[in-house]
Design a protein around this ligand. Structure first.
Ligand SMILES: Nc1ncnc2c1ncn2[C@@H]1O[C@H](COP(=O)(O)OP(=O)(O)OP(=O)(O)O)[C@@H](O)[C@H]1O
Ligand SMILES: [Mg+2]
Length: 375
């Protein structure tokens, strides 16, 4: 579908792309990866003609793109970058509808598009359509950036380190969402990253670049098994270690799952009773939908609790939480840095998966080091 034929680009004497040829199939998720300055962004921008090569040709569906008007061309190619640059004085809806409006879609049509897209990423229209970018979290803004690129339903989407600036958890969930959207909407995606884990997770095909050349183009499995060049190995360093030696340990590997949880609507007396029966001095408190609300301690109840009152009044949100897929090391650091005896491990939907306590950590470490421990 997209064919690079002997593409070269230089600025003065510096050669940025050096005779690049490769092909991307329709519906394929291709990830460009390589060291900083190797030419990933330049490659991407030649596809929508933000950069014109000095030599070579690019074909989309057999058509030489220099024969297509650049503005027309860009309508069929969505583009997402790291600093998404939502228009700050436009609402979410107006931001997503920019291209459909340019294309003079009638209002009911673009409204429907906005509605459906927001639904796809679980951001209800009623709640979000009329917010401004400054009222959204970084992850939500990035989602809107992705939706904006999809709004005119382009068959091709280019993404240049779209999640680079996000925290690991938001990044994880957006990776999943984009992969899901791509499958569902059958897009061809060219995605730039310098994060090998992201590449391995997202790609059908990985294109590894160095100094303006393609060093290897292969499936994630193939790249892991037969890296064509030492630089690819070193890029995978961390990941290879995890794959081949010790498996990467996650927070969930160290948690215990038997945890005392009570609904927000519990009364102080029942909580005290439960704490003394189970010999603990705090409880995890859940919202009505079972998501994590906070903790309540025996001290708080003693100090402020009145018999028969709901514990929702005494809730503390100070406890340290961590996502179950986060690196175990992070969990330990958090645990050791906090004055509390535990870290609360959460599932994707913010329900409680378990607890890491100093004891559960030590026990699991022992097992990892010396095999199953007799208890
Ligand atoms: N307008 C320009 N003039 C001169 N040199 C440029 C220009 N644009 C890019 N370059 C050079 O081209 C090379 C490739 O740049 P490019 O942005 O494609 O790298 P990249 O692989 O995307 O890197 P990064 O991972 O840091 O984003 C770099 O050495 C860069 O300095
Ligand atoms: Mg770049």
């Amino acid at each position: 579908m997209i064919k690079f034929q002997n593409i070269s680009k230089s600025y003065g004497h510096s050669i940025v792309l050096d005779d690049i040829s490769f092909e991307i199939k329709q519906g394929e998720f291709v990830v460009l990866i390589g060291p900083s300055g190797c030419g990933k962004t330049t490659t991407l921008k030649t596809i929508n003609r933000l950069i014109e090569p000095n030599k070579g040709k690019i074909f989309i569906n057999g058509k030489d793109i220099t024969k297509v008007n650049p503005v027309e061309l860009r309508r069929t190619i969505g583009y997402v970058i790291q600093q998404i640059g939502l228009f700050p004085n436009m609402t979410v809806e107006q931001n997503i509808a920019v291209v459909p409006k340019l294309l003079k879609y009638p209002k009911p049509k673009w409204q429907e598009i906005v509605h459906n897209l927001l639904e796809l990423v679980d951001m209800p229209y009623e709640e979000f359509a009329h917010k401004y970018p400054s009222e959204l979290s970084g992850g939500q803004q990035q989602r809107i950036g992705v939706l904006r690129a999809l709004a005119a339903s382009p068959p091709i989407v280019l993404m240049d380190e779209p999640f680079g600036a996000l925290d690991p958890i938001t990044r994880d969930s957006l990776q999943e969402e984009v992969k899901h959207l791509q499958k569902k909407l059958k897009k061809t995606i060219v995605f730039v990253t310098h994060d090998m884990e992201e590449a391995l997770r997202m790609a059908d095909t990985i294109v590894f670049m160095n100094r303006g050349k393609i060093i290897q183009m292969a499936s994630p499995e193939e790249l892991l098994q037969n890296p064509a060049d030492p630089i690819i190995k070193s890029f995978m360093g961390r990941h290879m270690e995890n794959e081949n030696n010790a498996p990467k340990l996650l927070a969930e590997d160290f948690m215990r799952t038997k945890v005392l949880k009570v609904p927000k609507t519990s009364h102080t007396l029942e909580c005290i009773e439960l704490m003394s029966r189970r010999d603990v001095n705090s409880l995890i408190v859940l919202n009505d939908d079972d998501t994590y609300a906070g903790t309540v301690t025996i001290e708080a109840i003693k100090a402020h609790g009145k018999a028969g009152r709901e514990i929702s009044e005494l809730l503390s949100e100070d406890a340290v939480t961590i996502h179950r897929k986060e690196d175990a090391r992070q969990a330990f650091d958090k645990l050791l840095a906090s004055s509390s005896n535990y870290v609360i491990v959460l599932n994707d939907n913010r329900t409680v998966a378990g607890l890491i306590t100093r004891t559960s950590m030590a026990k699991a470490l022992g097992e990892a080091l010396w095999g199953e421990m007799k208890s």
